[in-house]
Design a protein around this ligand. Structure first.
Ligand code: IPM
Ligand code: MG
Length: 360
Protein backbone atom coordinates (compact mmCIF):
# COMPACT_ATOMS: atom_id res chain seq x y z
CA UNK A 1 0.00 0.00 0.00
CA UNK A 2 1.04 3.59 -0.54
CA UNK A 3 0.30 6.11 2.23
CA UNK A 4 0.89 9.84 2.54
CA UNK A 5 2.02 10.85 6.00
CA UNK A 6 2.08 14.47 7.14
CA UNK A 7 5.05 14.85 9.48
CA UNK A 8 5.25 17.58 12.10
CA UNK A 9 8.59 17.26 13.83
CA UNK A 10 8.01 20.35 15.97
CA UNK A 11 10.28 21.74 18.66
CA UNK A 12 12.75 20.58 21.29
CA UNK A 13 13.38 16.83 21.04
CA UNK A 14 10.62 16.56 18.40
CA UNK A 15 12.91 16.40 15.34
CA UNK A 16 15.14 13.73 16.96
CA UNK A 17 12.36 11.39 18.06
CA UNK A 18 10.35 11.68 14.83
CA UNK A 19 13.46 10.92 12.75
CA UNK A 20 13.75 7.60 14.63
CA UNK A 21 10.07 6.79 14.09
CA UNK A 22 10.54 7.44 10.34
CA UNK A 23 13.57 5.15 10.36
CA UNK A 24 11.41 2.38 11.80
CA UNK A 25 8.56 3.09 9.36
CA UNK A 26 11.00 2.93 6.44
CA UNK A 27 12.08 -0.51 7.62
CA UNK A 28 8.44 -1.58 7.85
CA UNK A 29 7.89 -0.34 4.28
CA UNK A 30 10.81 -2.41 2.96
CA UNK A 31 9.87 -5.50 4.93
CA UNK A 32 6.16 -5.51 4.09
CA UNK A 33 6.25 -3.95 0.61
CA UNK A 34 4.62 -0.58 1.33
CA UNK A 35 5.47 2.95 0.29
CA UNK A 36 5.29 5.77 2.83
CA UNK A 37 5.55 9.31 1.44
CA UNK A 38 6.37 11.99 3.99
CA UNK A 39 5.50 15.66 3.80
CA UNK A 40 7.15 17.76 6.49
CA UNK A 41 5.08 20.59 7.95
CA UNK A 42 5.65 23.26 10.57
CA UNK A 43 3.59 23.74 13.71
CA UNK A 44 4.36 25.15 17.16
CA UNK A 45 7.42 27.24 17.98
CA UNK A 46 9.18 26.48 14.68
CA UNK A 47 6.12 27.80 12.83
CA UNK A 48 6.17 30.97 14.97
CA UNK A 49 9.81 31.50 13.97
CA UNK A 50 9.11 30.87 10.27
CA UNK A 51 5.61 32.30 9.84
CA UNK A 52 4.83 34.39 12.91
CA UNK A 53 1.98 32.07 13.94
CA UNK A 54 2.03 28.61 15.55
CA UNK A 55 -0.36 27.09 12.98
CA UNK A 56 -0.99 28.09 9.37
CA UNK A 57 -3.95 27.24 7.15
CA UNK A 58 -1.49 25.50 4.88
CA UNK A 59 -0.45 23.08 7.63
CA UNK A 60 -4.11 22.35 8.37
CA UNK A 61 -4.91 21.77 4.69
CA UNK A 62 -1.88 19.53 4.11
CA UNK A 63 -2.75 17.47 7.20
CA UNK A 64 -6.33 17.09 5.94
CA UNK A 65 -5.03 15.93 2.56
CA UNK A 66 -2.84 13.25 4.18
CA UNK A 67 -3.72 9.72 5.30
CA UNK A 68 -2.42 10.38 8.83
CA UNK A 69 -0.26 12.83 10.78
CA UNK A 70 2.87 11.84 12.68
CA UNK A 71 4.01 14.40 15.21
CA UNK A 72 6.89 14.93 17.65
CA UNK A 73 6.37 17.61 20.25
CA UNK A 74 5.97 21.36 20.38
CA UNK A 75 6.80 24.18 22.79
CA UNK A 76 9.82 25.38 24.71
CA UNK A 77 10.91 26.45 28.14
CA UNK A 78 7.94 28.47 29.41
CA UNK A 79 10.08 30.78 31.55
CA UNK A 80 12.96 31.48 29.18
CA UNK A 81 11.71 31.04 25.60
CA UNK A 82 10.62 34.22 23.75
CA UNK A 83 7.58 32.27 22.47
CA UNK A 84 6.04 32.71 25.92
CA UNK A 85 6.23 36.49 25.73
CA UNK A 86 3.55 36.29 23.00
CA UNK A 87 -0.20 36.49 23.75
CA UNK A 88 -1.61 33.08 24.74
CA UNK A 89 -3.31 32.48 21.38
CA UNK A 90 -0.02 32.95 19.52
CA UNK A 91 2.04 30.48 21.58
CA UNK A 92 3.14 27.01 20.42
CA UNK A 93 0.44 25.16 22.43
CA UNK A 94 -2.29 27.18 20.70
CA UNK A 95 -1.09 25.63 17.44
CA UNK A 96 -1.57 22.11 18.73
CA UNK A 97 -4.97 22.83 20.25
CA UNK A 98 -6.01 24.56 17.00
CA UNK A 99 -4.86 21.63 14.89
CA UNK A 100 -6.74 19.11 17.05
CA UNK A 101 -9.88 21.23 16.72
CA UNK A 102 -9.46 21.83 12.96
CA UNK A 103 -9.05 18.10 12.33
CA UNK A 104 -11.92 17.18 14.69
CA UNK A 105 -9.67 14.93 16.79
CA UNK A 106 -11.94 14.51 19.79
CA UNK A 107 -10.69 11.14 21.02
CA UNK A 108 -7.22 10.79 22.46
CA UNK A 109 -6.11 7.22 23.16
CA UNK A 110 -3.17 6.89 25.54
CA UNK A 111 -2.22 3.30 26.27
CA UNK A 112 -0.15 2.87 29.46
CA UNK A 113 1.60 -0.44 29.80
CA UNK A 114 4.22 -1.42 32.34
CA UNK A 115 6.66 -3.51 30.32
CA UNK A 116 8.01 -6.29 32.50
CA UNK A 117 11.52 -5.39 31.36
CA UNK A 118 11.02 -1.93 32.86
CA UNK A 119 9.62 -2.81 36.29
CA UNK A 120 12.93 -1.51 37.71
CA UNK A 121 12.18 1.93 36.26
CA UNK A 122 8.67 2.00 37.78
CA UNK A 123 8.67 4.31 40.82
CA UNK A 124 5.98 2.27 42.60
CA UNK A 125 6.65 -0.31 45.31
CA UNK A 126 7.95 -3.60 44.02
CA UNK A 127 4.82 -5.58 44.97
CA UNK A 128 2.68 -3.18 42.91
CA UNK A 129 5.11 -3.02 39.97
CA UNK A 130 5.42 -6.81 39.91
CA UNK A 131 1.68 -7.12 39.18
CA UNK A 132 2.21 -5.04 36.02
CA UNK A 133 -0.61 -3.13 34.35
CA UNK A 134 -2.07 -2.50 30.92
CA UNK A 135 -4.58 0.32 30.68
CA UNK A 136 -5.77 2.84 28.11
CA UNK A 137 -6.77 6.40 28.90
CA UNK A 138 -9.44 7.72 26.55
CA UNK A 139 -9.15 11.48 26.93
CA UNK A 140 -11.74 13.85 25.43
CA UNK A 141 -9.60 16.24 23.39
CA UNK A 142 -11.61 19.07 21.83
CA UNK A 143 -13.91 20.26 24.62
CA UNK A 144 -13.93 21.32 28.24
CA UNK A 145 -11.72 23.94 29.84
CA UNK A 146 -9.11 23.97 27.08
CA UNK A 147 -11.64 25.16 24.52
CA UNK A 148 -14.15 27.10 26.64
CA UNK A 149 -14.38 30.88 26.61
CA UNK A 150 -11.68 32.56 28.63
CA UNK A 151 -10.77 36.09 29.60
CA UNK A 152 -8.77 38.10 32.08
CA UNK A 153 -10.22 41.48 33.05
CA UNK A 154 -10.80 43.67 36.06
CA UNK A 155 -14.05 42.95 37.89
CA UNK A 156 -14.91 45.67 40.42
CA UNK A 157 -11.31 46.83 40.23
CA UNK A 158 -9.86 43.36 40.91
CA UNK A 159 -8.02 41.60 38.08
CA UNK A 160 -9.96 38.39 37.46
CA UNK A 161 -9.40 35.41 35.15
CA UNK A 162 -12.22 33.20 33.92
CA UNK A 163 -12.03 29.82 32.12
CA UNK A 164 -15.18 27.97 31.14
CA UNK A 165 -15.77 24.22 31.46
CA UNK A 166 -18.55 23.26 29.08
CA UNK A 167 -19.66 19.90 27.63
CA UNK A 168 -22.79 19.07 25.70
CA UNK A 169 -24.34 15.62 25.71
CA UNK A 170 -23.25 14.86 22.13
CA UNK A 171 -19.61 15.52 22.93
CA UNK A 172 -19.86 13.20 25.92
CA UNK A 173 -21.73 10.49 24.01
CA UNK A 174 -19.24 10.20 21.16
CA UNK A 175 -16.21 9.87 23.45
CA UNK A 176 -18.07 7.42 25.70
CA UNK A 177 -18.88 5.27 22.65
CA UNK A 178 -15.21 5.25 21.61
CA UNK A 179 -14.29 4.12 25.13
CA UNK A 180 -16.81 1.26 25.14
CA UNK A 181 -15.80 0.21 21.62
CA UNK A 182 -12.17 -0.03 22.67
CA UNK A 183 -13.11 -1.83 25.90
CA UNK A 184 -14.93 -4.49 23.81
CA UNK A 185 -11.56 -5.30 22.19
CA UNK A 186 -9.80 -5.37 25.56
CA UNK A 187 -10.80 -6.62 29.01
CA UNK A 188 -14.33 -5.13 28.83
CA UNK A 189 -14.11 -2.71 31.72
CA UNK A 190 -14.65 1.06 31.58
CA UNK A 191 -13.85 3.43 34.44
CA UNK A 192 -15.42 6.83 33.83
CA UNK A 193 -13.61 9.55 35.73
CA UNK A 194 -15.36 12.75 36.79
CA UNK A 195 -15.93 15.16 39.66
CA UNK A 196 -19.67 14.61 39.91
CA UNK A 197 -19.71 15.52 43.61
CA UNK A 198 -18.99 19.13 42.60
CA UNK A 199 -19.32 19.89 38.88
CA UNK A 200 -22.45 20.10 36.72
CA UNK A 201 -20.44 19.11 33.63
CA UNK A 202 -19.46 15.92 35.48
CA UNK A 203 -23.03 15.13 36.48
CA UNK A 204 -24.11 15.33 32.84
CA UNK A 205 -21.03 13.29 31.91
CA UNK A 206 -22.05 10.52 34.33
CA UNK A 207 -25.66 10.48 33.10
CA UNK A 208 -24.67 10.21 29.41
CA UNK A 209 -22.00 7.56 30.08
CA UNK A 210 -24.64 5.53 31.97
CA UNK A 211 -26.95 5.77 28.95
CA UNK A 212 -24.24 4.70 26.51
CA UNK A 213 -23.30 1.77 28.74
CA UNK A 214 -26.76 0.24 28.16
CA UNK A 215 -25.71 -0.40 24.54
CA UNK A 216 -22.73 -2.43 25.81
CA UNK A 217 -24.12 -5.02 28.23
CA UNK A 218 -20.86 -7.02 28.16
CA UNK A 219 -18.80 -4.12 29.45
CA UNK A 220 -18.58 -3.42 33.18
CA UNK A 221 -18.84 0.29 33.94
CA UNK A 222 -17.69 2.02 37.09
CA UNK A 223 -17.61 5.71 37.96
CA UNK A 224 -14.69 7.13 39.89
CA UNK A 225 -14.01 10.62 41.18
CA UNK A 226 -10.91 12.20 39.69
CA UNK A 227 -9.12 12.76 43.01
CA UNK A 228 -9.67 9.14 43.98
CA UNK A 229 -8.53 8.05 40.50
CA UNK A 230 -5.21 9.87 40.98
CA UNK A 231 -4.77 7.92 44.21
CA UNK A 232 -5.87 4.56 42.79
CA UNK A 233 -3.41 4.93 39.91
CA UNK A 234 -0.47 4.72 42.29
CA UNK A 235 -2.11 2.29 44.71
CA UNK A 236 -3.42 -0.36 42.32
CA UNK A 237 -3.02 0.51 38.61
CA UNK A 238 -3.76 -3.08 37.58
CA UNK A 239 -7.47 -2.50 38.38
CA UNK A 240 -7.88 -0.28 35.26
CA UNK A 241 -8.65 -1.35 31.72
CA UNK A 242 -10.14 1.65 29.84
CA UNK A 243 -10.39 4.97 31.67
CA UNK A 244 -12.54 7.60 29.95
CA UNK A 245 -12.46 11.20 31.05
CA UNK A 246 -12.76 14.85 30.07
CA UNK A 247 -9.95 16.90 28.60
CA UNK A 248 -8.14 18.34 31.62
CA UNK A 249 -8.55 15.33 33.90
CA UNK A 250 -7.18 13.18 31.06
CA UNK A 251 -4.24 15.51 30.52
CA UNK A 252 -3.24 15.26 34.16
CA UNK A 253 -3.99 11.58 34.78
CA UNK A 254 -2.19 10.49 31.61
CA UNK A 255 1.02 12.14 32.78
CA UNK A 256 0.64 10.37 36.11
CA UNK A 257 -0.06 7.06 34.38
CA UNK A 258 2.94 7.51 32.09
CA UNK A 259 5.28 8.07 34.99
CA UNK A 260 4.36 4.77 36.59
CA UNK A 261 5.24 2.99 33.35
CA UNK A 262 8.80 4.10 34.08
CA UNK A 263 9.05 7.19 31.91
CA UNK A 264 6.87 9.58 29.94
CA UNK A 265 9.20 8.67 27.07
CA UNK A 266 7.31 5.36 26.77
CA UNK A 267 3.78 6.69 26.30
CA UNK A 268 2.32 6.72 22.78
CA UNK A 269 -0.89 8.41 21.78
CA UNK A 270 -3.42 8.54 18.98
CA UNK A 271 -5.87 11.38 18.46
CA UNK A 272 -8.77 10.33 16.26
CA UNK A 273 -11.86 11.81 14.65
CA UNK A 274 -15.03 9.86 13.74
CA UNK A 275 -13.19 8.07 10.92
CA UNK A 276 -9.88 6.23 10.94
CA UNK A 277 -7.95 9.46 10.39
CA UNK A 278 -5.64 10.35 13.24
CA UNK A 279 -2.71 12.33 14.55
CA UNK A 280 -0.07 10.25 16.32
CA UNK A 281 2.27 11.76 18.87
CA UNK A 282 4.11 10.81 22.03
CA UNK A 283 2.31 12.00 25.16
CA UNK A 284 5.40 13.70 26.53
CA UNK A 285 6.54 17.23 25.89
CA UNK A 286 9.40 18.79 23.94
CA UNK A 287 11.95 18.41 26.80
CA UNK A 288 13.94 21.54 25.83
CA UNK A 289 16.57 20.73 28.49
CA UNK A 290 17.84 17.72 26.52
CA UNK A 291 16.97 18.88 22.98
CA UNK A 292 19.65 18.43 20.33
CA UNK A 293 21.74 16.12 22.51
CA UNK A 294 20.65 12.80 21.00
CA UNK A 295 19.54 11.65 24.48
CA UNK A 296 15.76 11.54 24.20
CA UNK A 297 13.80 8.31 24.32
CA UNK A 298 12.18 7.77 20.88
CA UNK A 299 10.10 4.74 21.99
CA UNK A 300 6.85 6.68 22.62
CA UNK A 301 7.06 8.14 19.10
CA UNK A 302 7.88 4.76 17.56
CA UNK A 303 4.93 3.21 19.41
CA UNK A 304 2.76 6.11 18.20
CA UNK A 305 3.80 5.22 14.64
CA UNK A 306 2.70 1.64 15.42
CA UNK A 307 -0.70 2.99 16.47
CA UNK A 308 -0.86 4.85 13.13
CA UNK A 309 -0.22 1.60 11.28
CA UNK A 310 -2.92 -0.16 13.29
CA UNK A 311 -5.69 2.43 13.50
CA UNK A 312 -5.33 4.56 10.36
CA UNK A 313 -3.78 2.10 7.89
CA UNK A 314 -5.29 -1.16 9.21
CA UNK A 315 -1.82 -2.72 9.09
CA UNK A 316 -2.06 -4.99 12.14
CA UNK A 317 0.84 -7.28 11.26
CA UNK A 318 3.09 -4.30 10.69
CA UNK A 319 2.03 -2.69 13.98
CA UNK A 320 2.69 -5.97 15.81
CA UNK A 321 6.13 -6.10 14.21
CA UNK A 322 6.99 -2.63 15.57
CA UNK A 323 5.69 -3.42 19.06
CA UNK A 324 7.56 -6.72 19.12
CA UNK A 325 10.73 -4.99 17.96
CA UNK A 326 10.43 -2.51 20.86
CA UNK A 327 9.90 -5.40 23.27
CA UNK A 328 12.90 -7.31 22.00
CA UNK A 329 15.12 -4.23 22.10
CA UNK A 330 14.22 -3.76 25.77
CA UNK A 331 14.71 -7.47 26.41
CA UNK A 332 18.16 -7.22 24.88
CA UNK A 333 18.97 -4.62 27.54
CA UNK A 334 19.12 -1.38 25.53
CA UNK A 335 18.02 1.73 27.45
CA UNK A 336 17.99 5.48 26.93
CA UNK A 337 18.91 7.54 30.00
CA UNK A 338 15.35 8.01 31.29
CA UNK A 339 14.79 4.25 31.66
CA UNK A 340 18.37 3.23 32.45
CA UNK A 341 19.00 0.76 35.26
CA UNK A 342 21.99 -1.21 36.48
CA UNK A 343 23.43 -3.80 34.12
CA UNK A 344 21.70 -2.38 31.03
CA UNK A 345 23.34 -0.83 27.97
CA UNK A 346 22.91 2.95 27.69
CA UNK A 347 22.14 4.07 24.12
CA UNK A 348 21.44 7.38 22.41
CA UNK A 349 18.18 8.34 20.75
CA UNK A 350 19.45 7.41 17.27
CA UNK A 351 21.01 4.14 18.49
CA UNK A 352 17.70 3.18 20.08
CA UNK A 353 16.04 3.83 16.68
CA UNK A 354 18.68 1.66 14.97
CA UNK A 355 18.23 -1.20 17.45
CA UNK A 356 14.47 -1.19 17.00
CA UNK A 357 14.64 -0.88 13.19
CA UNK A 358 17.11 -3.80 13.07
CA UNK A 359 14.56 -5.96 14.90
CA UNK A 360 11.67 -5.36 12.46
C1 IPM B 1 -0.63 16.96 25.98
C2 IPM B 1 0.00 18.31 26.21
C3 IPM B 1 -0.89 19.36 25.55
C4 IPM B 1 -2.27 19.23 26.15
C5 IPM B 1 -0.35 20.81 25.65
C6 IPM B 1 1.02 20.92 25.02
C7 IPM B 1 -1.31 21.80 25.07
O1 IPM B 1 0.14 18.54 27.57
O2 IPM B 1 -0.77 16.56 24.80
O3 IPM B 1 -0.99 16.30 26.95
O4 IPM B 1 -2.53 19.73 27.25
O5 IPM B 1 -3.10 18.60 25.55
MG1 MG C 1 -0.27 16.87 28.80
Amino acid sequence: MEKNIAVIKGDGIGPEIVTEAMKVLDKVAVKFGHKFNYEQLLMGGCSIDANGVPLTDETIERCKASDAVLMGSIGGNTTTSPWYKLPADKRPEAGLLGLRKALGLFANLRPCVLYKQLSEACPLKKEIADKGFDMLIMRELTGGLYFGERKTEPVNGVMTAIDTLKYDENEIRRIAKKAFDVAMQRRKKVTSVDKANVLDSSRLWRKVVDEVSKEYPEVTLEHMLVDNSAMQLVKDPAQFDVMVTENMFGDILSDEASMITGSIGMLASASMNETSFGLYEPSGGSAPDIAGQNKANPIATILSAAMMLRYSFKMDKEADAVENAVNRTLEDGYRTGDIMSEGMTLVSCSEMGDKIAERI
